[in-house]
Design a protein around this ligand. Structure first.
Ligand code: EPU
Length: 431
């Protein structure tokens, strides 16, 4: 089994280029199923979730081809089945969005209940109810949702919670519906706005994305286009936190500050200098101590749930007591047990983690519990004394491509391998 080996303690310096967003890519890929012809997506990251969705596409007859490192051509004119392979769908959450796409275009589809990170119950009731409101007849048999519809019909859908996935799924499903659909209390993340921009570039008629109400006037047909995936705001946050915890000074290139604002504002509150320079964000350490801060996650534009873990890693070294309150998922604190192995003092009470800053972390063997929890362990390892070994990397690989080489480029002593490595000039041997 591969592990990441880190010898912590080196301040990160230099420049890092951010790639395309996983979550934006996955939503847009699902939407390409609406479009007969070749859609060209640029800035596509090659993480395992994207590769898994491509595998699902191949099974259902979609032709997809890498034209260059990050340019993906998808041709959905050749769909041969609308039944998605169960074992692949169960590996990830975003695969569920292909249900609405296949259903609205072909009138029938079967997709299993999705998998994804184990961070809460994560039901799909908003998705299914929304599809039913659009006119689909949905049944669940042996863990697989089967849908049938003549043509989706515009309707008014009010979500109980601004779910990112349900908003994306229903936008996709309503794009070819007869008439107007309004989604109320919808999510407003940058990926929602970009999905609307993608669909509109294909000929859809969607307004209001980025607000709590999205209006979709159904069209008869969509046409292929060329489109660029957003820079990954969660990677920006992750590398910003890596710079901060090591007392470093890093320029993050290709970052949209407005998408990262809640994280950057909390970093400033923690005592770091955050400079916005065009499409770049520089995170600079200017004081020896980290101020404790209080974080409460909430849907965009609030503090993103996906960033609470990496921020918590920083707060383990703060000068005082910080709190992280998670309001989006019921159980997104499993990583705190692993951080404790590095010497962190964290008590989880209900939905709040109380973090008492310690003077130092010390390297240990830890396991990724989920995608962002894994990133938190890497960040903590970068600051910990001695050797940290991180395993269960399949979680990390879902959303961070080239993480080790990116961090190495900033001066980190970090390697990935199975047994022996040379880290920080030391010969070390894993157990
Ligand atoms: N929810 C329901 N019913 C539903 C849908 C959602 O109760 O039908 C609940 C969820 O259980 C959760 C809350 O609503 O408590 C929010 O879930 P949401 O639907 O917004 O999340 P998602 O679409 O499944 C996406 C990202 C997640 C990110 C969330 C919130 C993708 C592939 N995933 O998930 O990303 O945490 O939005 O912003 O886009 C990650 O990248 O690490 C990650 C987990």
């Amino acid at each position: 089994m591969e592990k990441i080996f880190i010898v912590g303690g080196t301040p990160l310096t230099g420049e890092i280029e951010i790639g395309g967003s996983k979550n934006d890519t996955l939503a847009i890929m699902a939407a390409t199923l609406l479009v007969p012809g070749v859609t060209l997506l640029r800035n596509v990251p090659r993480n395992s979730d994207v590769l898994n969705l491509l595998e699902i596409f191949r099974h259902i007859g979609v032709h997809a081809q890498w034209r260059s490192d990050n340019c993906l051509a998808i041709d959905a004119s050749t769909v041969k089945t609308t039944e998605a392979p169960l074992e692949l769908v169960q590996k990830m959450r975003a695969s569920f969005n292909i249900l609405g796409a296949l259903l609205t275009r072909f009138g029938t589809a079967a997709v299993a209940m999705p998998g994804g990170c184990d961070i809460g119950a994560r039901p799909v009731n908003f998705h299914v109810r929304g599809l039913e409101q659009l006119g689909a007849v949905m049944t669940l048999e042996h863990g697989v949702y089967q849908g049938e519809v003549k043509r989706m019909t515009g309707t008014h859908i009010a979500l109980d919670f601004p779910s990112a996935g349900a908003t994306q799924h229903l936008m996709i499903a309503a794009s070819l519906a007869k008439g107007r659909t309004v989604i109320e209390n919808c999510a407003a993340e940058p990926e929602i706005v970009n999905l609307a921009d993608f669909l509109n570039a294909c000929g859809a008629d969607i307004t209001g994305a980025g607000t709590a109400f999205i209006t979709i006037n159904g069209v008869e047909k969509l046409n292929p286009c060329e489109f660029r995936v957003l820079p990954d705001r969660l990677q920006v946050g992750t590398y910003a936190l890596a710079a901060a915890i090591t007392g470093g000074d890093v320029m993050i290139r290709n970052a949209v500050y407005d998408h990262c604002r809640p994280v950057m504002m909390k970093l400033e509150e923690a005592g770091f200098l955050v400079l916005r320079e065009g499409n770049n964000i520089r995170v600079k350490t200017t004081q020896p101590k980290i101020n404790p801060v209080h974080i409460r996650t909430s849907p965009h534009p609030g503090f993103p749930t996906d960033m609470q873990q990496v921020f918590a890693a920083l707060l383990t070294l703060a000068d005082g007591v910080s709190t992280v309150t998670e309001t989006v998922y019921e159980s997104r604190f499993r990583y705190t047990t692993e951080l404790q192995k590095l010497g962190a003092e964290i008590n989880v009470e209900g939905r709040t983690a109380i973090i008492t800053g310690v003077k130092r972390l010390s390297g240990a063997n830890v396991s990724c519990t989920d995608l962002r929890g894994g990133a938190a362990l890497i960040i903590a390892g970068l600051a910990a004394d001695g050797l940290t070994q991180v395993d269960e990397l399949r979680h990390l690989d879902r959303g961070y491509d080239e993480m080790v080489s990116k961090l190495t480029g900033l001066g980190a002593h970090i390697e990935r391998g199975t047994d022996r490595i040379s880290a920080g000039g030391l010969r070390v041997c894993s157990v």
